[in-house]
Design a protein around this ligand. Sequence first.
Ligand code: TRP
Length: 349
Amino acid sequence: MTKARSPFLDGPLDSRLVSVASSTRPRVFSGMRPTGQLHVGHLLGALGNWVRLQDEYECVYCVVDLHALTTGYEDVRGIHRNGLEMVADWLAAGVDPERSIVFRQSDVPQHSELAMLLGMITPLSWLERVPTYKGQIAELGDHLQTFGFLGYPLLQTADIILYKATRVPVGQDQLPHLELAREVVRRFNHLYGEVFPEPEAILAEAPLILGPDGRKMSKSYDNAITFGMGDDEIDRLVRSMITDPQRVRRTDPGRPEVCNVFSWHRLFGTPPEEIDAVHEGCTTATLGCVDDKKGLAARVKDVIRPIRERREQIMADPDRLERILQEGAERARAIAAPVMAEATHAMGL
Ligand code: TRP
């Protein structure tokens, strides 16, 4: 039988087998805000990359809880818990805290310190013209008219360069932030000497994954397949998927190329010969949508089940999770402290 090829199965699950031990590996830094449960969209995008990059790079992965405060400062009750759940999601997907440094931003005070120093040399106009800045205020409201929110990309710059990381796996939406980071680095080095390398983005080749309702998969649309989702919920979700709107009756032939169910077959690793059979069955009306969805739901459950089970195991021992984060913070500080000293020295302090 042909091995199912899926971005999920090829990446996260196999990557633990390869281990490259070398201290000269270039360093990767990335972070995620602790805003809620991760879903398969993350796995196909940035998080899948995080897992794979561990083989080749020294990776530093950060729960950016200070960044969460830039937009969510009014209700802070969930930050801590969400951070823990997110790390459980990371580990369940294959992030390995032995090979990679996994920690919380607020446990390493140098992030705030360096952001403060970068604020001294960054013209306001650079921050105001970051495209997400005005856009987010227009979308989310005037409570974002804060110093902290304006400084969001500077804190992100500090995150990265505090580790002299050169590669930053992110989604497309983060490119303006990376561009600003590079500009700030150039300015710093120009003023005070070559201290920081210019970081470069590693873009996730994320195939767009639409939710069952046909909109972009997102927690805020309530259409996401999360890592913790149970089999029954997955069945219900897949049954509710929108198919070719022109296939009204069971006997109408369908058009797989406009059908989200068909594209999920590829994303979730249905073998090529079965995909061909689905295509044939759909276009000749010998396969109905209900049956097709049953087959798809089985695939989705096979992808999610092992992740969900690992996630449950990890969440069952929150003390261990906390220890992982404390140890990660120690390793992070060991890198951050000398770099911070270099920066303050360069700035004449
Ligand atoms: N701004 C990023 C996002 O919303 C999160 C982030 C914070 C980050 N600091 C970072 C990403 C440093 C990469 C590197 O996705």
